[in-house]
Design a protein around this ligand. Structure first.
Ligand SMILES: [Zn+2]
Length: 431
């Protein structure tokens, strides 16, 4: 493949390099590597503004580039929350100066994420918000959700719901059932998620506004999403890498690195989530990358915050979950981690594109022969709260390119020229 002016100029097949290299051409040996369209994350917490100790736009997008991502949607639960057009524009401007991948701000559904009054969704959409979400908390008031979905339909955007009935989740800490019994911690039942999803898909069907279900975690939610789709309602759904690989058995060790919202569920739930991703009931993988400082995570379980890192490990984790010990279906993986999320976010013109001449040179390179032991001390993120520390994976992202610019070249393995004054950071785009 050759790249010119940020686009793919020519594509050659393996063993047929073809042509001659111009003097000003940089070549890299990609033999044995897998090339995928760069990944798109519908669910990233960048923590800027408000919590630079755990993450910034610079550190979080650095982690994204190292994980193979070209685009992330930055959730609204910053301090202050992204709930006005000025704050949407502020994030776009900050990202233009400091980001290593494209950043798309998410607007809050309700002012201050407080669940009481609708934020100015139309104005935020005009300022560049592609999606609306109070993620971290549920939009509990069905009337507010209905009005948000109507605004989404008006503005060509969509609403992502953190589906969790606060009354049913109560002070839940671990999955209800064996994990709660073993630990004595307050149980978090599947019904807390499933009741909200069942309610919300009906509202989406009635309004015609696009509803996206964040981090599906139970087999029951899968059934509800399948039913909603069979009725032709405008519903999409995501699953996190950790819910595809880890189970609630881990919560029994009492290590808050395994504390996440929604909680890790049973092996049966994990099997249902994998099947739903394969059959298209769940549309996309989204990381829910949730950085927290060591100070806050190194705590008793109940005092530690919910959440785990996701961007740097997502692709190897999903490859392992979908590969069942062998090679994953790379076409499926490209669909659920790039093409489909790009389409859901309205980024299909620039992201998740096929790798052929004339298209943007936006791709990631994966080593399928890696033997990568995750070491939390090597995190590019400003935080290191990964639940995958010490685990070994058979695949690893080695480089990422966005519109012809190298945004990650891990270990300088390909010796690509990296970003500098002549090759500036990737600017933000509002699609
Ligand atoms: Zn959430």
């Amino acid at each position: 493949m050759t790249v010119r002016d940020g686009r793919i100029a020519t594509v050659t097949s393996p063993g047929n390099a073809g042509g001659t290299s111009a003097a000003d051409t940089t070549t890299a040996d990609c033999d044995g590597l897998i090339m995928l369209p760069a990944l798109v994350d519908l669910h990233t917490h960048l923590r800027e503004p408000g919590d630079a100790a755990s993450e910034t736009i610079a550190s979080g997008t650095g982690a994204a580039a190292h994980g193979g991502y070209s685009d992330v949607l930055a959730m609204a639960n910053c301090v202050p929350a992204t709930d006005t057009p000025e704050r949407v524009r502020h994030i776009i401007e900050r990202a233009a100066r400091t980001a290593s991948c494209r950043v798309h701000p998410v607007g809050a559904v309700t002012s201050g994420l407080a669940g009481r009054s609708l934020a100015p969704l139309d104005a935020m959409a005009a300022a560049g918000a592609l999606m609306f979400s109070d993620d971290g908390v549920c939009v509990e008031d069905p009337r507010l959700l209905l009005r948000a979905l109507e605004a989404a339909r008006r503005t060509g955007t969509f609403v992502a719901q953190h589906a969790q009935c606060p009354r049913l989740a109560e002070r839940g800490q671990v999955n209800a059932g064996a994990a709660a019994h073993a630990t004595g911690l307050p149980p978090w039942p599947a019904t807390a998620e499933e009741t909200i999803v069942a309610r919300d898909v009906v509202i989406a069907g009635a309004t015609g506004g696009r509803l996206h279900i964040c981090h599906v975690s139970t087999a029951g939610t899968v059934e509800i999403v399948r039913w909603a789709k069979s009725r032709g309602w405008p519903v999409t759904a995501e699953v996190t890498p950790h819910h595809l690989l880890l189970t609630d058995l881990l919560a029994r060790d009492g290590d808050p690195l395994h504390k996440v919202n929604p909680p890790l569920r049973t092996a049966g739930d994990v099997a249902a989530l994998r099947a739903a991703l394969r059959d298209g009931t769940i549309d996309a993988v989204a990381t829910d990358h949730a950085p927290h400082t060591a100070l806050s995570k190194d705590n008793h379980w109940c005092e530690a915050p919910f959440g785990m890192l996701g961007l740097e490990t997502a692709l190897p984790v999903v490859a392992k979950a979908l590969g069942d010990g062998g090679e994953p279906d790379w076409g499926l993986l490209a669909t659920v981690m790039s093409t489909r999320p790009a389409g859901i976010a309205g980024l299909a013109d620039v992201a998740g594109r096929p790798l052929r001449a004339g298209e943007p040179a936006t791709f990631t390179l994966v080593d399928p022969e890696a033997d990568w032991r995750v070491d939390r001390t090597e995190s590019v993120s400003a935080s290191d709260n990964t639940p995958f520390h010490g685990m070994t994976f058979g695949h690893r992202v080695v480089a990422t390119m966005v519109e012809g610019r190298v945004t990650a070249d891990i270990g300088r393995r390909l010796a690509f020229p990296t970003a500098d004054a002549d090759n500036p950071p990737v600017s933000s785009s509002t699609g």
